[in-house]
Design a binder for this molecule. Structure first.
Ligand SMILES: [Zn+2]
Length: 281
């Protein structure tokens, strides 16, 4: 351990500044989405079985809603441009812009060089939770997804129903890609309904029982044509462990909703990012 400098306390006392102030971030017009939600009708429903994943598509201008059914359950969400798997959800930049957890008004951003809103959170029945006494909150963009490689590293063995493998199978089934081809497209997730944070003393990623109950939902507006995959995590409500079959697990429901005609006249699909990609050359 290096010796602390004599002015260590003064250095620690420097006030932080926000890395990405959001006052210049284009704001979603929530009034448009609110109007579009009224009278929106369910046009498709997908049930994600426990410890499995399922794919779904949501065209630009429609909503997709993820609902807890039967019992408390966490879901791991991947999103791609429906016609271009190279454009996908960018958990890290979404975190940098909106913080560790997302709720109503926040957006799910796509990776570089696209970097545009893929989806906007339009309703979250767990928005009441806020940040608890442990620093925990719901719907995180800080975890990655449970995966069989980390499980093998820490515990040994071969477990095949981690969210990473579930998402890989779901993408393979939807796209016709082999498992080996599909796997590299699986990416860091939005942990739907998961209650997580970092311990204050050791900075470690923690989880605790999700407050989600049947009937709770988080709803998104698809800003571009989306292909999604959602895994019902083998951790169930993630109150104890994941990467095993020991937790009680429940299905998740995905509904696709089409707004009534004429309610989106003020909405425009976002263009890809305006940077010219010349990188100084
Ligand atoms: Zn998982």
């Amino acid at each position: 351990m290096c010796n602390a400098p004599s002015d260590a306390e003064a250095r620690r006392a420097i006030k932080p500044v926000i890395c990405y102030p959001t006052d210049t971030l284009p704001e979603p017009d929530m009034a448009v989405y609110e109007a579009a939600r009224i009278g929106a009708e369910v046009v498709d429903t997908v049930i994600v079985p426990p410890r499995e994943a399922a794919s779904f598509t949501a065209p630009a201008g429609q909503f997709f809603r993820i609902t807890s059914v039967e019992g408390p359950q966490v879901g791991d969400l991947n999103l791609w441009h429906a016609n271009d798997l190279s454009e996908r959800f960018f958990s890290g930049k979404t975190r940098a812009l909106h913080g560790t957890h997302v709720t109503t008004d926040d957006r799910l951003w796509s990776n570089l060089p696209h970097m545009r809103p893929m989806a906007t959170v339009t309703h979250d029945t767990l928005g009441w939770y806020g940040i608890d006494q442990y620093g925990g909150s719901v719907h995180d963009v800080i975890g990655t997804r449970c995966d069989p490689y980390t499980h093998n590293l820490l515990s040994g063995g071969q477990y095949h129903h981690c969210c990473h493998s579930n998402l890989t199978r779901a993408l393979s089934d939807h796209s016709g890609l082999s498992l080996a081809e599909a796997e590299p497209h699986v990416h860091d997730v939005l942990n739907v309904f998961m209650c997580t944070g970092f311990t204050r003393d050791t900075g470690q990623y923690f989880m605790k029982a999700s407050p989600v109950r049947p009937g709770d939902y988080i709803e998104f507006f698809a800003e571009i044509d989306l292909l999604g995959a959602l895994s019902a995590c083998p951790g169930g409500d993630c109150s104890s462990e994941h990467s095993s079959d020991s937790a009680a697990c429940y299905p998740l429901q995905i509904d696709i909703l089409r707004p009534a005609a004429g309610t989106l006249d003020r909405w425009h699909a976002p263009a890809v990012n305006g940077y010219d990609r010349s990188h100084g050359r």
